[in-house]
Design a protein around this ligand. Structure first.
Ligand code: FES
Length: 109
């Protein structure tokens, strides 16, 4: 993918002390997820541009802009312009939020 200039590892387990970024706390927490992305997304019109990441208090990260989710194999697993990503570790549709943070009592700024 020619337009990729930045990458970030975002916390998915809810345990990072440096949210929204991963600090490897998932290892100590025993978080396990095989990382499959079941959807391909709506696609993007162009590479690059402004990416906005907003954290919803006690909920997901909402990303807006052209972005891709890249599998550990390097394959583009998902592309789109907006998504709510789970950061509590409880979604049944990871990496996307399915509202499970409410029942889990997830708390984060
Ligand atoms: S943030 Fe995990 S389900 Fe919403």
């Amino acid at each position: 993918m020619a337009g990729v200039a930045y990458r970030a590892a975002l916390c998915r387990c809810g345990q990072s002390k440096n949210k929204p970024f991963c600090d490897n706390s998932h290892l100590k927490a025993g978080f396990e997820d095989y990382g499959a992305v079941g959807e391909k997304g709506d696609g993007i019109d162009a590479d690059g541009g402004k990416l906005t990441i907003k954290s919803v208090p006690n909920g997901p990260l909402v990303l807006s802009g052209n972005f891709a989710i890249i599998a550990s194999s390097g394959r583009v697993a998902w592309q789109g312009k907006q998504a709510a990503l789970c950061r509590c570790g409880h979604s049944k549709n990871k990496p996307f939020c399915d509202g499970s943070h409410n029942d889990a009592g997830f708390e984060a700024d």
